[in-house]
Write a protein that binds this ligand. Sequence first.
Ligand code: MG
Length: 383
Amino acid sequence: MKRRVVLLGATGSIGESTLEVIRGCAAHFELVGIAAYQKVEHLAQIAKAFNVKHVAIGDEAAWKRAKAEGLFDNDVALHSGAEGLEALAVLPEADIIVVATVGTHGLAPTLAALKAGKQVALANKEVLVMAGEWVMAEVKKQGRPILPLDSEHNALFQCIKNEPSRAIKKLILTASGGPFRTFTQKEMEQVTPEMALQHPNWRMGPKVTLDCATMANKGLELIEAHWLFDMPEDHIEVIIHPQSIVHSMVEFVDGSTLAHLSPPKMAFAIQNSLMYPHRAQAVLEPLNFSQGLHLTFEAPDTNRFPCLRLAREALIAGGAHPAVFNAANEIAVQAFIDKRLSFLDIPQVIEKTLAHNWAKSTKIEDVLWADEEARRLAEAALF
Ligand code: MG
């Protein structure tokens, strides 16, 4: 029987790779619902190509326009706003919900999908960074794992398999180091958004590409790994691996280390997750070792890349701090893209925002409040 997939965030780069997998494994998957925030023309193309009958549009104005212009066939149910996204997350005919939205948009649909007993495949990092405690509580209740679509976490998931946590010594997250890995502090002062938006290995959206340049992305992934695999912060190491072939490793207590390798394309992690626990023929070319592969590893420099240190500190501080790290980073990155902030000031804004007195929250509402408050304080810290 085909797995019926809902794809939230269908027009982004993860969405695109997910569609590539669904197209390539057409015998295994059927796309039953898609959502995006604003790109209605693109959504309409996908709906037509995959014969999708449920579409959600996050932005109300875009939804109205799609209706007025008749962009979708009459038999397509057009859902709108945050409720529309949630309606798709609990769609009765869906088996698996791919959450590839960005920022905070993915949180409510992820929780709704888990509560409705759906299998969730998660690419939206902020969901776990902000609300890992509550999301993982729902995952535990459901009794089956959330499937990580992030390449590093998919790699860890594959290496860990059914090993008990007492068998694991540490998780080793690999990081490409981004385009400024070899830059001196002096050279980093001159970095422009155009330079930061060029990733050496991966083709991704602008926010995550920029987060790779500051290494804030690896910081977010560290927090994500902590929640997904129930690992304490001091058992998660970050290692620079510029080739992006080894997507992460697990060191076991007996000294064995397992690594996961594939070309740096998101389709591999997505295919593995959507097929789990089975495997299907690869939709893309795998690695070719006979061509020669040179793999190197080195320790990260948290002096030149303080975002990594700040994320770790936020995780240790707990409560709302990871959400504050994430919110302040989003504001600082946008200000850098808008040329209102220099590259080296991005971590400064995050550090200033984290330095406020944040409560050890016990409720998800506290975290959502901290997210908004941190955005306000980070904006204020720009000047
Ligand atoms: Mg990643």
